[in-house]
Design a protein around this ligand. Sequence first.
Ligand code: G6P
Length: 615
Amino acid sequence: MCGIVGYIGHRDAYPIVLNGLKRLEYRGYDSAGIALYDGNELKFSKTKGKVADLEKKLESQISTNGTIGIGHTRWATHGVPNDVNSHPHFSNSGDLVIIHNGIIENYEPLRQELINRGYTFQSDTDTEVLVNLIEDVKKKEKVKLGKAVQIALNQTIGAYAIAVFDKNKPNEIVVARLGSPLAIGVGENEFFIASDASPFLEFTKDAIYLEDGEMAVVRTHKKIKIRKIHDDSLVDPYVQELQMNLEQIEKGGYDHFMLKEIYEQPEAIKDTFRGRMLVDQGLIKMAGIDDHIDKFINARRILIVACGTSWHAGLVAEYIFEELARVPVEVEYASEFRYRNPVIDKDDVLIAISQSGETADTMAAIKLAKEKGAFVFGVCNVVGSSISRETHAGAYTHAGPEIGVASTKAFTTQITVLTLIALQLAKKKGKISTSDFHNYLRELEAIPQKVEKALESNDIIEQIADVYKNAKNCLYLGRGFNFPVALEGALKLKEISYIHAEGYPAAEMKHGPIALIDEEMPVVVIATLKGHYEKVVSNIQEIKSRSGKIIGIVTEGDVDVKNLADHVIEVPDTIEFLTPLLTTIPLQLLSYHIAVLLDKNVDQPRNLAKSVTVE
Ligand code: G6P
């Protein structure tokens, strides 16, 4: 979390850094700051609040000329969000200025050591410790900034993507990464630095993604030299051509990114199976799977690790893999998995799911599984992300950039990729007949159109949202393939409207949550015809007899639930294991509309961040 941006070249740095921060705000938005060297002096401003607040402050506060600058949008880890703790941070002499995404875990002993040596600190941050450590090394060892950064980083434990420059030498920015992403955009005698490529898309399509443990001194009129931080060895820079375009990261007429991304799902799902699912030939072609199919066929079990919404996609996948490919699957929170000495061996296949491809806990789980000899497969959305590079093989979801902090299209495309994998594995293992395989492909191909149909309920959902917008609690129930969808629906509501919500397996309700039900309690029940329908209808009756309010997610043409429920939202019929791709849609829209009606910040909910690069 936290977004970092930098520019060095011949243009005005201010608008580039400021616009870059706006694009990276999804990474954190509790404070923001900027520092520029205007040819004479270092100008800076930082503030608690959003980038827009910073912009307002800057209008009145400083002239913003200068061709070198850095900026930061923060998601607080050390120290509360306030002006002082905001980045950039300065060294005691005022010469060095730094921005940092990550956590320096051993900052406390380093800080003590620096205090003993006469340094003072304004903020509570680990970052201010780091910039003073760099200054201390630079002075003590009489080395250039790049070397000082390298020596200092070798004394730290933790994670970082940093950009630092010296106001006395304003022709270079030193950058380094370990555990947090850092991209360098390469232009004509100019360079852009950012947590991802979105801040510099309109300037260059050439990008270098630093690998973990690498640093670079970025100088105008010079080629970039990349070094390993720990042993100083040189690394050949790999310049990648970006596929993303500006349109993809703009709102395109929608009020919010979240709504745009909800509506992009038909196309996103198509993009996910395009070229992979050859329906006429009855084939799935996925290099990432096909090249390693033996690993999957011989797997003793499949372990899935992920966090948040991606974890919910993993739960859906568990049901699908076990149903189709008859392989045991365990789904784990990455954060738990990594710290509980899990039993893993070389016959295990671990699938890591991550939209951003940067989540620190998921990354740590991957490293652990690799150490123990498992084959690790990644399902990521962000091309070239850390997780996509760390895994042995993988498949991208191809959903396009997801900016709204509450994940939507990433979820449905993750399920789509995982369904393709399960189908391919089931076929190769001989667990499903050729005719079933063909039928499943045909049905999956029809899903985007059915998602479009599900989106047509938007107006009805908006009306339902209006009825329940003031609810204090909400329960989401589902069974089988739709139990994880209930969890995801509840998460969406919590994330953006701050209404307490819980997802439960419908039958489990009677073991606790039923005690909460009264006339004030809306209960969203996923009750599609395929999927233990009669049982779910009985659960609905149990709620009704306790005066709970039912919002049923039902199959088109449903009769029984309609008779019982207070409201129904229809989705098209499909085969059971594909229902999550449809039932998810109304739940996304419901939480969206409730949040809008409550006037919440839909795309940037409080306390959350899109990419969680801290443990
Ligand atoms: C954060 C985001 C969630 C996301 C989770 C996992 O909490 O706000 O939307 O599901 O991280 O992120 P990942 O990028 O690994 O899927």
